[in-house]
Design a protein around this ligand. Structure first.
Ligand code: BEZ
Ligand code: MG
Length: 538
């Protein structure tokens, strides 16, 4: 008995320790990029450490071990490559050569000059678009960002990396639910798939149990099925909601994904090992439709349209029932893309019933996060997409799906639930003094960023009920009930301070934040005094 409780205690302490390390190691942007200004010394050091902590097979470099990293980077900055190599050993010379190049490129900032030249209609040198840690070749900034050849997607590296992500995702669901999900909804974005050369695309192909096939011109134009014996698990039915940007940039990839679904739907395999076929046959039977219509799985906006508008509806508080948010998502995204069995392409055919049916079977939703720079609460796009599709599933499947995100950039692939990710983002950013003080240095804009983060967090309450009460309580304590902080926010940007107060009141009003009456009373007082101040200002 005693031993048992000791073990339990140790397990709890260890789990807490792991969470603390996770928050501590989270890389966060501390402040906004100022157009035309090179990075500061502190930012540069953090960035170099991050770059040096990953294996870089493309330059023959291994990650610098964690215990040597701080010293090695300090010595490198003070005394250069040779001195740093003496700390870590000759094998890490390629890393320091890379850091030297990065340092040189960080010093020059051509952004303003390039903008002026662009406005004059002059030539701007091209450069790759990517995450700076993943691909330091994006430096120097101020170049004309070029994208990617869609026929190269997914790259061999992206496909290989994605096997682990897809397996971890399925493993996590199975651990929590005792079986594989029969159907999942995935969100695919254009810029993300540019940065990772198609990791999101590759994950979808893995879930279906297919691999890309290149033609004689080395273009990825087809797919083949991975045999079930090799796959070792069922093929998962995948509903793909792709952004308008993805649709525009990756037209051949949209066709490839549709082709993969149709290929799998037609395999003569046991239905308990091929959920795509199982569902397609079910639908043909129930709806008396043909196979072509039952196999539609790639959805986006109508041609020429972008976005879900779920973010605008949430930000403007223009909704009464949560299900409206999911319905809006479907209204915006129910346009099917692909090619039917006669070879005729359909590009943006309205297919609301097909989308309703496909979503009604979904048990888990997922999006790949592939950048250190932008997370769940930095922009309103994560909740408009992943939150929007999850809310749409909830009504159609009559059950809230499990919602997951991956962190495919960390050294080990990590799958987190939405709730875990919101907690991590809140602790690493919104409530982290290092983050908000970095923002407050930007004055008016910084306060607006803090308010944005709280509103984006609220977006996860509205679309997925994924925010704990303590998050709102601590936001109120940190920014509004601390008198000095409230004074600073008032001085810098009373408009955003007021919006922040209103958002917290809305969180309570809509049932996302259970809090005492006196707290609400205090919030209303602050809101009223900010209103008085604003009326005086205007
Ligand atoms: C995209 O890259 O597809 C994307 C960018 C911003 C918001 C939504 C999607
Ligand atoms: Mg709650």
């Amino acid at each position: 008995m005693v031993k048992n409780s000791n073990e339990e205690r140790d397990a709890k302490v260890f789990a807490l320790y792991e969470q603390l390390v996770e928050i501590e190691q989270r890389l966060i942007p501390t402040g906004l990029h100022v157009f035309g200004r090179p990075s500061s010394a502190g930012e540069k050091t953090d960035l170099l450490k991050m770059i040096a902590s990953f294996d870089r097979p493309e330059v023959g470099a291994r990650a610098i071990p964690e215990e040597l990293l701080d010293d090695a980077v300090r010595v490198f900055l003070e005394n250069g490559v040779d001195a740093a190599v003496r700390v870590t050993g000759e094998a890490s010379r390629p890393v320091f050569n890379l850091l030297e190049t990065v340092c040189t490129r960080l010093q020059s900032n051509n952004e303003i000059d390039s903008l002026v030249r662009a406005l004059r209609g002059e030539f701007i040198e091209p450069g790759p678009g990517a995450d700076i840690i993943q691909n330091p070749d994006i430096l120097p900034t101020g170049r004309n960002t070029h994208a990617i050849n869609p026929y190269g997607v997914p790259s061999a590296a992206a496909f290989a990396r994605s096997e682990t992500v897809a397996n971890s995702l399925l493993h996590r669901y199975k651990n929590e639910n005792g079986r594989y999900p029969e159907a999942m909804a995935l969100v695919l974005w254009g810029l993300d798939n540019i940065k990772t050369q198609g990791e999101g695309v590759a994950q979808a192909l893995w879930l279906l149990g297919t691999r890309p096939v290149r033609d004689a011109l080395n273009r990825t134009t087809s797919v083949e099925a991975i045999p079930l014996a090799e796959l070792g698990r069922p093929r998962i039915d995948v509903v793909m909601t792709v952004s308008g940007i993805f649709r525009d940039l990756f037209s051949p990839t949209v066709q490839l994904l549709d082709k993969a679904v149709r290929l799998v739907a037609q395999l003569d395999e046991p239905l308990e090992l091929n959920y795509v076929r199982k569902h397609v046959l079910q639908q043909v039977d129930q709806d008396r439709c043909d196979l072509d219509d039952a196999a539609v799985r790639v959805f986006s906006n109508a041609p020429g349209n972008y976005g879900t508008n779920v973010n605008f509806m949430v930000m403007d508080s223009q909704w009464e029932r949560e299900e409206t948010l999911g319905d809006l998502f479907v209204t915006r995204k129910c346009f099917a893309y692909g090619r039917d069995s006669t070879g005729r392409a359909f590009e943006g055919r309205e297919a609301r019933v097909a989308m309703d049916r496909a979503l009604s079977r979904v048990e888990a939703t997922y999006q790949n996060i592939d950048t250190f720079e932008i997370g769940l609460t930095d922009v309103d796009h994560y909740f408009e997409y992943l939150g929007g599709v999850s809310k749409a599933v909830e009504k159609r499947a009559k059950a809230r799906p499990a919602i997951y995100l991956s962190d495919s950039l960390s050294r080990e692939v990590k799958i987190r639930s939405l709730e875990e990710t919101v907690r991590l983002e809140t602790r690493a950013k919104t409530l982290n003094p290092k983050w908000y003080e970095g923002m407050l240095k930007h004055g008016f804009r910084g306060v607006a960023e803090i308010e944005n983060h709280v509103s984006n967090t609220f977006g996860w309450s509205a679309t997925a009920d994924a925010v704990d009460d303590w998050v709102y309580t601590e936001v109120a304590n940190t920014f509004l009930f601390d008198e000095q902080m409230l004074e600073r926010l008032r001085d810098l940007n009373p408009h955003s301070a007021h919006s922040l107060t209103q958002r917290l009141l809305e969180a309570n009003g809509r049932g996302y934040w259970d809090v005492d009456k006196d707290v609400l009373e205090k919030l209303r007082e602050i809101s009223n005094s900010l209103e008085d101040q604003l009326e005086g200002v205007v």
